[in-house]
Design a protein around this ligand. Structure first.
Ligand SMILES: Cc1cc2nc3c(=O)[nH]c(=O)nc-3n(C[C@H](O)[C@H](O)[C@H](O)COP(=O)(O)OP(=O)(O)OC[C@H]3O[C@@H](n4cnc5c(N)ncnc54)[C@H](O)[C@@H]3O)c2cc1C
Length: 329
């Protein structure tokens, strides 16, 4: 029986949440088609094998691990060559990657090496006979396109947050794998990667995002959002392009068509009108709450819960209520 492949990303010596999502999706795909094995692949510096064992909890039967000093940071050529080699030499029907910054680089490289089909930014998938159906948003999310991928393996990159990591324990047998390309021979070397958010949650990993628009009026008012995020405890702060263009927040916080695409469990939009380019980055959030003083603001069309009012009055009270609710947990 064909196996299912999942690429599990690592960063700074740790597995990333999108890796657990890829393995969860692979387990679901395998179980939906008779229960074949799930084979994960992890690349990283020495020590990553210990972390990789955790993938078994999310449904990996085998975890191939490449440990190499030269893989402390993502190496596009080594990762693509090794993923392609694994997929070429095994019997795989479907392969899952993340549509993260890393995955958006890696999945097309891997597909090109193998000459197979790839669906990017997938929010949902289904296996139907010989075909894999993958759904992804197009035209800034105005339509959801269903792609039919033939041939094996079919590659899918999953929108971060589209799949919820689910514990479904399997052996997670660690297998040492050799890199298909010597990291020292790679032509592209990532020399530095910096994360502006420091110890804070990354937008792609946060279950809750509180996001601010021009309605916040000034950079310093974003402390109100920071306070709300802190009250949630598991939230990151995002922004619209109007805000990042004005320099109130760094460009890395921008959500939308030309910024980050996120799918958190909860997205709280404050003083955001809901321009189509912004919606393109957050409309797949599971629950959307909007606060806007304009009852006709387009954001209310996609919000699950809407509050019409002045955010400067509502926000401190909301933060207080969240604090109380969390304290009572
Ligand atoms: C090619 C292109 C790409 C783009 N990419 C992106 C992108 O990736 N991401 C993105 O966000 N935008 C993007 N934009 C910009 C986008 O079109 C909008 O201009 C932008 O999203 C608007 O940001 P905003 O909602 O913060 O501001 P506005 O549209 O000005 O909305 C501010 C909102 O705040 C409300 N408000 C004001 N005061 C209060 C208050 N006291 N209490 C409550 N509500 C209040 C107002 O009613 C209003 O609805 C792009 C545009 C183009 C042309």
């Amino acid at each position: 029986m064909a196996a299912t492949f999942a690429f599990a990303e690592s960063r700074d010596g740790n597995l990333r949440k999108v890796g657990f999502e890829a393995v969860t999706a692979a387990r679901q795909a395998a179980d939906a088609t008779g229960g074949g094995e799930v084979h994960a692949l992890v690349l990283g510096a020495p020590g990553i094998a210990e972390k990789a064992e955790e993938l078994g909890r999310y449904g990996a039967d085998v975890v191939g691990v490449v440990e190499h000093q030269g893989l402390e940071r993502y190496s596009p050529e080594v990762a693509a060559a090794t993923a392609a080699e694994r997929l070429r030499t095994g019997d795989y029907r479907v392969a899952f990657f993340a549509a993260s910054a890393q995955g958006r680089d890696l999945a097309p490289r891997t597909a090109a090496r193998l000459g197979v089909s790839l669906a990017s930014d997938v929010i949902d998938f289904e296996i139907q006979g010989d075909a894999v159906l993958a759904r992804h948003p197009a035209y800034t999310g105005k339509v959801i396109v269903t792609l039919r991928l033939g041939g094996s393996p079919a590659l899918l990159s999953l929108r971060p947050g589209a799949v919820t990591p689910l514990e479904q324990p399997r052996p997670g047998r660690i297998e040492e794998v050799a890199a298909a390309l010597d990291p020292a021979a790679a032509r592209v070397v990532v020399t530095e990667s910096s994360q502006r958010t420091g110890g804070k949650l990354d937008l792609g990993e946060a279950p809750v995002i509180v996001s601010g628009g021009r309605g916040l009026r000034a950079a310093e008012n974003f402390t109100l959002l920071e306070e709300l995020a802190a009250a949630f405890g598991n939230a990151a702060v995002g922004a619209t392009r109007a805000v990042t263009d004005d320099g109130w927040r760094p460009a890395t916080d921008q959500i939308g068509q030309t910024g980050r695409v996120v799918s958190p469990d909860l997205y709280v939009a404050l003083g955001i009108s809901g321009a189509i380019q912004h919606l393109a980055g957050m409309r797949t959030a599971r629950t959307i709450v909007a606060i806007n003083k304009d009852k006709d603001a387009p954001i209310f069309k996609i919000a699950d819960y809407g509050i019409v009012g002045d955010l400067f009055e509502i926000l401190p009270r909301l933060t207080e209520e969240i604090r109380k609710a969390k304290a009572g947990q």
